[in-house]
Design a binder for this molecule. Sequence first.
Ligand code: FAD
Length: 115
Amino acid sequence: MINNNQITKVITDKSDYSADEIVLAAGSWSENYPKKMRLKLPIQAGKGYSINVPRPTGITHSCHFNGAKVAVTPMKEYTRFAGTMEFSGINEIIKKQRVEAIAKAVTEFLSGHRN
Ligand SMILES: Cc1cc2nc3c(=O)[nH]c(=O)nc-3n(C[C@H](O)[C@H](O)[C@H](O)COP(=O)(O)OP(=O)(O)OC[C@H]3O[C@@H](n4cnc5c(N)ncnc54)[C@H](O)[C@@H]3O)c2cc1C
């Protein structure tokens, strides 16, 4: 509920909550709500891409492939190769070329054939 351009109450399916201040913490989806409330908040979701490799890679430390902007994280059951920050709104569109760029960088760096 908004009064005088201020949120005065949050109405949910469980209960209504009044507060002096409200924290909007809906993660990537946060940008959806100000619009609905006709509030202006300069916030937008960023989409990252990652490839999880579920076989032993021998990688035991987090690192970063400089230049390729790919971050490498050894997880419990896989190694994650991640990169990219795409601002294209909230959607489930996966751009093939972005995935391929990460795969190419991983292949080049780990094979030692990076130019
Ligand atoms: C695959 C992946 C890997 C990542 N790896 C890392 C990493 O290794 N290190 C790192 O630091 N960060 C990582 N991140 C980023 C990290 O997860 C986020 O930065 C962090 O979770 C953001 O926290 P948050 O509390 O702002 O949002 P979130 O954790 O996204 O929490 C928002 C919550 O709001 C809820 N919500 C949204 N809308 C509504 C609604 N209408 N009603 C009720 N609930 C709602 C959602 O369900 C969610 O639980 C990764 C993200 C992804 C997707």
